[in-house]
Design a protein around this ligand. Structure first.
Ligand SMILES: C[S@@+](CC[C@H](N)C(=O)[O-])C[C@H]1O[C@@H](n2cnc3c(N)ncnc32)[C@H](O)[C@@H]1O
Length: 409
């Protein structure tokens, strides 16, 4: 494999991008990346990519050079009109006063700020709502621009006049009003990695995820994976907004789509709650333990807990509930979030290991089961394992060690 092909593979695996290595500026960009990563010559820099796969500094360096971050306010105007006149009234009707929105690949933030301005204009008591408006991007430069809230005239090519009062002109640039800025938050995140760190508080899901003008450089397999994992993070009735440009064949294989001239709204269907389907294949590992838990999911006592504790517990119980209705994809998201809150949560490791084993992802399954074993070995034998419904560490360790077969050895 040539040096350039190695870089191409790295970009595909780490960022999902299918980039033409023959484009004239490719090598020049690569040289700049090597310099940023403190290499004098290309060869050792490229050879080190394999080991640096998960190193965010490397990903950031590539994103800075290769990502195309053009954005402007109210881009794909028909989408914003649909959001304002169709989506918002439905959300207001629910009378829950909560709203969770994620702009994926937000670039310099114009997309999320446009949403915030619409909300401010159309919901009178928006100040009383629990809002989580998150923008993420893999390009750290774009994120710092978004956080600055300062824009040039190129960001305003499609902005309806009645939103201009939210900007203050200053020496050729325009600063967004503090009342809009405080509604949003921006963060670095690579959409090819776990989305759990982006989940809304209290293990909620999203009302709307914007995935506009992002997948254009993705290969179709990575695009499908991203589309699926985001769709999964929607509430029932929630929307995934995308554009015709990235609507490649088979990428968005979901029903309930509304095609607008410049956008596509995919709505997650409402499930009739009485039709709960019990999965045919019961979990195999320590079946009795997990079954007991599924039978009587105890309620956490939120008022006695710290925020992190509350979110790890509620994630864990939500995962159990999802598993009960056969939604193992959803269960995995919540278990990973629980482990993000507490990497020593034995029961989450065991449950995740079990799901992964059923999916034949034996290496990852083994990793979680071994984590659980290591944690248990270091616990006092008589100590009751958290969230296990009263099982002592030594007993749980014994159960894991006596799983039939040597599947995890
Ligand atoms: C063309 S901009 C679109 C901005 C905005 N969504 C819009 O429609 O105006 C595409 C953005 O997607 C981001 N992006 C590309 N790949 C990404 C990835 N793997 N994870 C997160 N963001 C990514 C790029 O850095 C870039 O800022």
């Amino acid at each position: 494999m040539s040096i350039l092909e190695r870089v191409q593979t790295f970009l595909l695996q780490s960022l999902g991008w299918s980039i033409d290595i023959h484009q004239p500026t490719f090598e020049a960009k690569l040289k700049r990346i090597c310099k940023e990563l403190s290499f004098d010559v290309l060869q050792p820099c490229v050879e080190s990519l394999q080991e640096r796969e998960t190193d965010s500094k490397t990903i950031e360096a590539f994103a800075r050079q290769f990502s195309v971050g053009e954005s402007y306010f109210f881009r794909n105007l028909q989408f914003y009109e649909y959001f304002e006149h169709t989506v918002i009234p439905k959300i207001v009707q629910k009378n829950e006063r909560t709203l969770f929105i994620w702009s994926v690949g937000c670039s310099s933030g114009e997309e999320l700020y446009s949403i915030a301005m619409i909300l401010k204009n159309s919901i009178l008591d928006i100040g009383m709502w629990k809002l989580y408006l998150l923008g993420t991007d893999v390009n750290p430069h774009a994120i710092s621009q978004a956080n600055s809230g300062v824009f040039t005239k190129f960001s305003f090519r499609q902005t309806p006049k009645h939103y201009m009062h939210y900007f203050k002109a200053d020496n050729g640039s325009y600063k967004i009003a503090p009342e809009i800025k405080k509604m949003v938050q921006f963060r670095y995140h690579n959409i090819m990695s776990e989305p759990s760190s982006c989940l809304p508080p209290d293990a909620q899901r999203f009302d709307l995820i914007l995935l506009k003008n992002v997948l254009i450089y993705f290969d179709s397999e990575s695009a499908k994976t991203v589309a699926n994992s985001l769709f999964h993070l929607l509430k029932e009735g929630g929307y995934l907004a995308t554009t015709p440009a990235e609507y490649g064949e088979g990428v968005f294989n979901f029903p309930h789509s509304k095609y607008l001239p410049d956008a596509c709204m995919i709505q997650k269907e409402f499930k009739p709650h009485e039709e709960i389907i019990i999965p045919k294949n019961e979990p195999e590992i320590i079946e009795s333990v997990i079954e007991n838990l599924l039978e009587s999911v105890p309620k956490p006592k939120p008022q006695e807990l710290q925020l992190d504790e509350k979110s790890k517990q509620s994630c864990y119980y939500d995962a159990l509930k999802l598993l009960k209705i056969g939604d193992s994809e959803g269960a995995k998201v919540y278990l990973r979030h629980a482990l993000y809150c507490d990497k020593n949560l034995v029961m989450a490791h065991i449950l995740l290991g079990n799901i992964l084993k059923k999916e034949q992802k034996l290496e990852s399954a083994k990793k979680h089961i071994n984590n659980a074993k290591t944690i248990l070995i270091h616990m006092p034998p008589q100590e009751v394992v958290e969230l296990s419904d009263g099982i002592m560490a030594s007993d749980l360790l014994f159960m894991i060690n006596s799983i039939k077969g040597e599947e995890f050895e």
